[in-house]
Write a new protein. Structure first.
Length: 299
C-alpha cells in the first residue's frame, strides 16, 4: 500500500467506527452523514482487503485485523492532534468544548456545584458530561478519548497517565441523631458492636477493614452500596451507621437528623487525585479545566 495515495481521512472514520461499533453514532461523532461513513467503510474494506466490522445481531464487531489496527491508529491520531494543538490559544470565554469526567457521587456533590458556578463566570460555553467512576482506574476509556479525566482515590496509576493530588480527606462515623448505642459516646468496643453500612466507593477493601484486619478485628457489615449520597439517607432512617468522608458527613448533618463521631482509631487521611492521559499534558483546554479544579481544591 502506498501511503502517498492513501486518504488519511479514512483513518478518522475507522477510529470512530471502532469506538462506536455503529455507523450512525460514528457519523454523529464525525459530524458526517451516515451514507458518507458507510461509503468510507466500503473504501477501507477495499483498500485493506478486510471486512473490518461485521454485523453480529444488532451490533457490529471488529475483525481481528481491525483490532490490530485500532491501537496504532488511535495513538497516531492522538499524537497528530496534540502536535497540531501545541501552542494553539485557548479562550475559555468563547470555547464550546465538552469534557467527559468520571467521578463518584460524593465527588460530584462536593465539586460540581462550585465548578459549574466558576464555569458560568469564566467559560459559559463549556459542557460537562459526568459518568460513574468504575471500581478501578478506567485507563482504557482515557486512552480511547471516551473520558478526558477522572477524579477519585487510586492506589496504582500507570506512568502513562498524569496524576495530580486534588484534596485530602479524613473519615467520620455517621449515625442517627438518637441512636441508642451512642448516647455515651464512641470507643473501639462500641464501634465493633454497631451494625454498619459500607460505601465501597469503588474499592475492594476499605481503610477501616484494613486497619481492623491488621489487628485481627472485624465489624458487622449488613449493607453495602456504591452510593455515598444514598448511604446518608439510609443511616438517617435506620439503626445502621456508616463511615463517610468528613466533607460529606458535615454536609448531610445539616440536612438530616444525624450525629457525627470521630473514629476511635487513627486512620490518617486519604487523597483524591485528578488523572488524565499523559499525552494530553499540552492540551491547553484540558489543562485549563484541571487547573480550575485544583484551584477549587485549594479553596
Amino acid at each position: 500500500m502506498n501511503i502517498l495515495t492513501f486518504d488519511l481521512n479514512l483513518l478518522r472514520v475507522l477510529d470512530a467506527l471502532l469506538r462506536e461499533r455503529n455507523v450512525s453514532r460514528a457519523a454523529e461523532r464525525l459530524s458526517l452523514s451516515q451514507p458518507a461513513v458507510s461509503n468510507a467503510l466500503n473504501r477501507l474494506r477495499d483498500l485493506l482487503d478486510d471486512p473490518l466490522l461485521v454485523r453480529v445481531g444488532r451490533a457490529m464487531q471488529p475483525t481481528p485485523r481491525a483490532l490490530t489496527l485500532e491501537g496504532p491508529i488511535r495513538d497516531a491520531l492522538q499524537r497528530i492532534e496534540q502536535s497540531l494543538g501545541e501552542g494553539a490559544p485557548f479562550d475559555p470565554a468563547s470555547s464550546r468544548q465538552r469534557f467527559r469526567i468520571a467521578v463518584t457521587d460524593y465527588v460530584e456533590l462536593i465539586l460540581m456545584p462550585r465548578l459549574l458556578k466558576l464555569l458560568a463566570e469564566r467559560a459559559p460555553g463549556l459542557r460537562i458530561d459526568i459518568q460513574h467512576l468504575s471500581p478501578s482506574l478506567p485507563g482504557e476509556a482515557l486512552e480511547k478519548g471516551e473520558l478526558d479525566l477522572v477524579l477519585g482515590r487510586f492506589e496504582q496509576v500507570p506512568v502513562r497517565f498524569q496524576r495530580q493530588q486534588w484534596v485530602s480527606e479524613t473519615l467520620q462515623l455517621v449515625a442517627h441523631r438518637e441512636h441508642p448505642q451512642l448516647a455515651a459516646g464512641l470507643d473501639l468496643d462500641g464501634f465493633l458492636k454497631l451494625r454498619h453500612l459500607w460505601v465501597h466507593g469503588g474499592q475492594t477493601r476499605g481503610m477501616v477493614e484494613q486497619w481492623l484486619g491488621e489487628r485481627g478485628l472485624s465489624r458487622e457489615i449488613v449493607y453495602t452500596t456504591p452510593n455515598y449520597l444514598q448511604a446518608a439517607h439510609i443511616v438517617a432512617s435506620s439503626e445502621l451507621v456508616a463511615v463517610l468522608p468528613v466533607r460529606l458527613a458535615r454536609y448531610f448533618a445539616q440536612l438530616l437528623p444525624l450525629q457525627l463521631h470521630e473514629l476511635p482509631f487513627d486512620l490518617g487521611p486519604f487523597h483524591l487525585d485528578i488523572v488524565s492521559l499523559g499525552l494530553r499534558q499540552r492540551d491547553a483546554a484540558l489543562q485549563w479545566l484541571i487547573e480550575r479544579i485544583l484551584e477549587l481544591g485549594r479553596d
